[in-house]
Design a protein around this ligand. Structure first.
Ligand code: ADP
Length: 489
């Protein structure tokens, strides 16, 4: 432990399971350790749920559902608004906590706290705007009344890469819509979610409306409560493989599902791009969160005429980044989350090099503790390299060259994923033409950042189902009920 401040922030976090408004130990008494990925040091021990804890959390959410659905929208809105304010008031502590358990530099953690809080503000505003409809049947006579009602208790499973934002963007719309929640954060990063749980309780979320399960046996705890049927919705952010397993489990009781799965974003730089803007965008799309984002630019396709210039500028910027423990001043790149994540990056870079790619910067894993990998640029990356097909989830930019727009589009779309693609061009016609033809739920046009709580985030193809954020975000938590009214003549 490096400082008293770190100890103080860690000691303030609840370490139990949140079930029915109480912080409890796991029924088995089991705990699990949370480690600092920059040192391997143990930061905290938190309760590790067993299946019976999962059932208790589901029961609490189910019992709280009717009363929460019946609250005034303004009341739900006010709770979220207070939590938003509290998150901002505690931004420094929350950011430090996130950096400790996840590794990202403090500046990025601060940004994530603000981003996560913004979901609570956005949905506090949406809570009071849930609408419905009324119409006359085309043939006259009957009338159509359309009302929206909360889906019911929701199960959420979130990943470690954005420990606060991924939870807030599910919890915000669910609570706004009048749904209760059982959430399971990733075992690597439970502390941020536990801290958010306390903030939400303090803001007035009633007992049972929000339940938090930390569980290393994710499947053992979640599958029975998915198959139980009392929860009516599952929202998952994580890998495509796990998403498919969960989708099958949801089929048994036909749960509504929202899935935010893997990506394989391309980053297209045309010959008419503003290269400085493209490099700036690339730094953001590639290096935000050390590349550990489903939206991260995974493959760079650059027009032959500007490829050398782009690769040179990018390598210069990447090579100048300061790598280190995220709590240290000036650090821009923290460690990867764990040994598995680091191992994958090492493997994918090794595979690309064995297929003929050349490393222009980085590429050598540092010795010593922590899961550090240096910012790396590879050029001449052949299409058959694993890097062009799998999410690297690390600070590695593989660059390939294209000659025509059709070739660039074909390469970008040659993936089963469809979350986001980035396009850099100053030609308006090309920009719109390419944006229309890209097979993804989102496109970053002359920008390396698409995420915004007020915009609909989500993917197509095997990147997922549904959208989070924007005005459609709350619809994922509402059922439509149509009342046919007769007898009016
Ligand atoms: P990653 O490989 O990046 O950790 P995962 O998709 O494995 O991504 O994990 C995302 C979240 O899904 C985590 O909270 C993890 O605990 C959870 N998870 C993993 N496997 C299962 C499963 N079989 N059932 C339920 N949750 C799971």
């Amino acid at each position: 432990m490096n400082s008293d401040l770190e100890r103080k922030v860690l000691d303030a976090v609840p370490t139990g399971l949140l079930i029915g408004g109480e912080w409890r130990q796991a029924a088995s008494g089991a705990t699990t350790k949370v480690e600092d990925p920059s040192t391997g040091e143990v930061l905290a021990e938190v309760a590790d749920a067993a299946p019976e804890d999962g059932m208790a959390a589901l029961t609490a959410a189910h019992e709280a559902q009717a009363a929460w659905a019946a609250t005034a929208p303004r009341e739900r809105s006010d709770v979220l608004r207070r939590a938003y304010q509290a998150m901002l008031a505690q931004q420094e502590d929350l950011a430090l906590l996130m950096t400790l358990e996840m590794g990202k530099p403090l500046a990025e953690s601060r940004g994530e706290v603000a981003y996560a809080a913004e979901f609570l503000r956005w949905f506090s505003e949406e809570a009071v705007r849930i609408d419905g409809g009324f119409a006359t049947a085309p043939a006259g006579g009957s009338r159509f009344l359309v009302m929206k009602q909360p889906v019911g208790p929701c199960l959420f499973i979130t990943p470690w890469n954005f420990p606060l934002a991924m939870g807030a963007r599910k919890i915000g719309p669910a609570l706004a819509a009048g749904c209760t929640v059982v959430i399971k954060p990733a075992p690597q990063t439970p502390l941020s979610m536990l801290a958010l749980g306390r903030i939400l309780l303090d803001a007035g979320v009633p007992a049972g409306v929000l339940n938090i399960l930390n569980a290393t046996d994710a499947q053992g705890v979640m599958e029975p409560i998915i198959r139980d049927g009392r929860a009516r919705k599952l929202s998952f952010t994580g890998s495509t493989g796990v998403g498919k397993i969960l989708l099958e489990q949801c089929a048994e009781k036909v749960l509504r599902t929202s899935l935010e799965l893997g990506g394989n974003a391309s980053f297209l730089v045309f010959d008419d791009a503003d290269l400085d803007k493209a490099v700036e965008g690339a730094m953001l799309a590639k290096m935000r969160n050390m590349g550990e984002a489903c939206t991260a630019a995974n493959r760079f396709y650059v027009h032959r005429s500007v490829a050398d210039a782009f690769a040179g500028k990018l390598a210069e910027r990447m090579g100048a980044l300061k790598v280190g423990r995220g709590t240290e001043d000036g650090v821009q790149v923290g460690p990867l989350v764990d040994a598995k994540g680091l191992g994958k990056v090492v493997d994918l870079v090794g595979d690309a090099v064995s297929h003929g790619a050349r490393i222009t910067v980085g590429g050598e894993k540092a010795d010593g503790p922590g899961y550090f990998y240096p910012p790396t640029v590879l050029v001449d990356v052949p299409q058959n390299s694993r890097l062009n097909h799998e999410e690297v989830f690390g600070p590695v930019a593989p660059i390939s060259v294209f000659d025509t727009e059709d070739e660039a589009l074909a390469a970008a779309n040659a993936t089963e994923f469809g979350l986001v693609n980035y396009v850099f061009t100053e030609n308006l016609n090309r920009a719109l033409r390419v944006a229309e033809k890209l097979e993804s739920g989102m496109v970053g046009l002359n920008t390396g950042l698409v995420s915004n709580p007020a915009a609909p985030f989500g993917g197509i193809k095997e990147s997922g189902l549904g959208r989070e954020g924007g005005t459609v975000g709350i619809e994922e938590f509402l059922e439509i009920k149509y009342v046919a009214i007769g007898g009016l003549g």
